[in-house]
Design a protein around this ligand. Structure first.
Ligand code: GCU
Length: 418
């Protein structure tokens, strides 16, 4: 346990140092040309939806798959879910609660993860937000009927999590990040999963979903195969198999904060069943343009979190110029579905301007479908959301998910919820 604590301290001080030494000076952003979403890798212009979907979208998707997040190596042998529990009187009778176990099987190995769902009782079917949580389903609510995750959890002294085990003391500690009652009052439900049950967030490929796919003797994914972000996206997609089968659920908006915002974007890009995508402060490898090298960079993220991306992404460390794609193209893969990107003013590490510019440069694909995106390179003012099919806000305050963020997401998602 001592060694773990020491490693954790060294890791966080290294990350802190990287954050304080990063570039936050707009005048030092390198000059760059972004690869155009509307010009194919071989230089052909893309002028309509068919060319986009059949040629350009496909080649961009394949590039992100093999060279950025990493490919899922194969199909599962079996997929199953089980409704473990259901109740009609959650949140003082406002909501129904369901808890579902999802099991993935491959090569005679399996993993099981758990989804907690709250649905508003007013309507027989409701749209839901689907999002991963960081410390276990029991942390998003004070509801005593939600079991404590048994999976490996990141230590956090202030949450009483030591030895990588969550206990009763962390119940509800992240409730402030999930405006569940607001969602319910506005006709939305929430489905949430603890991300560590798909793949524990550490540089170790012996646990989580990856080993299910290994051949004899294999200990880690191949160079262009999936890192953790891709594994988390895969988990969301399999959760969607359950959600689309639930008669009480209509549309699913996939949501994620920070590293889990990166996973939500990749899930939305790879699985068209998600009706909309929300990226909250996703930053580098999420919504932010890599070429700006503002705040966190590709080299930095690959060094601090070597397990997040495919190994093939390493060749772009300090070499963003040679990337045939940039993150606006990840956003374009979500078109024409609704997309919300949100930043926070004090979260310069995630490069708010780079996140906004991505929405701007992805908007030409939305235009191909007659959908509204961003029309100006100028960012909107702080706390002044711009909400069309592509939406963006920069809120005052820190890297976090706040009630303000949820109020915006709910208001916007209502336009697409029916
Ligand atoms: C670190 C990391 C970011 C990530 C964030 C988070 O700051 O550098 O890329 O988004 O953690 O997930 O909270």
């Amino acid at each position: 346990m001592r060694t773990y604590a020491l490693i954790a301290i060294l890791f966080f001080s290294a990350l802190g140092l990287a954050q304080s030494q990063a570039n936050y000076d707009e005048t030092k952003v390198p000059k760059f040309t972004l690869p155009d979403v509307l010009t194919s890798f071989s230089g052909n212009p893309i002028t309509n939806q068919t060319e986009w979907e059949e040629n350009r979208r496909r080649e961009i998707l394949q590039f992100f798959e093999k060279q950025v997040y990493g490919k899922v190596p194969d199909r599962l042998d079996e997929y199953g879910f089980k409704l473990l529990e259901e109740s009609n009187d959650a949140y003082g009778g406002k909501a129904r609660r369901k808890q579902v176990a999802i099991t993935l099987k491959k090569n005679k190995k399996s993993i099981t993860y758990y989804m907690l769902i709250y649905l508003p009782k007013g309507n027989p079917t409701a749209p839901v937000f689907l999002g991963y949580n960081y410390y276990g389903n029991h942390t998003v609510t004070n509801d005593p009927n939600v079991p404590i995750t048994k999976a490996w959890v990141m230590n956090n002294d202030s949450f009483g999590i030591t030895d990588n085990k969550a206990t009763e003391s962390s119940r509800g500690i992240r409730a402030h990040r999930w405006a569940i009652e607001k969602m319910l009052d506005n006709g939305f439900g929430l489905a949430t999963i603890y991300y560590g049950e798909i793949d524990p967030d550490k540089n170790d490929f012996s646990d989580g979903v990856h080993p299910l796919f290994y051949r004899d003797g294999q200990t880690k994914p191949k160079t262009n195969e999936w890192g953790s972000i891709s594994a988390w996206a895969f988990g969301l997609s399999k959760a969607m198999n359950y959600l689309e089968s639930d008669v009480n659920i209509s549309k699913v908006f996939v949501f994620g904060h920070s590293r889990l915002g990166k996973a939500a974007l990749w899930a939305g890009a790879t699985d068209k069943r998600f009706a909309g995508v929300i990226s909250n402060n996703s930053g580098c490898g999420g919504a932010a343009l890599s070429r700006r090298k503002f705040g966190e960079t590709v080299a930095q993220i690959n060094t601090s979190f070597p397990h997040w991306f495919a190994d093939s992404f390493l060749k772009y460390n300090n070499n963003e110029r040679t990337l045939p794609v940039d993150q606006h193209q990840l956003l374009a893969l979500i078109a024409p579905r609704p997309l919300y990107v949100a930043s926070a003013l004090e979260d310069q590490w995630a490069d708010p301007k780079g996140e906004y510019l991505s929405t701007y440069h992805a908007s030409s694909i939305y235009a191909l479908y007659g959908k509204k995106g961003m029309t100006s390179k100028e960012m909107p003012e702080v706390d002044r959301p711009l909400q069309q099919t592509v939406a963006y806000h920069i809120r005052s305050g820190k890297h976090d998910v706040t009630d303000y963020d949820w109020e915006q997401y709910i208001k916007w998602a209502k336009n697409f919820a029916l």
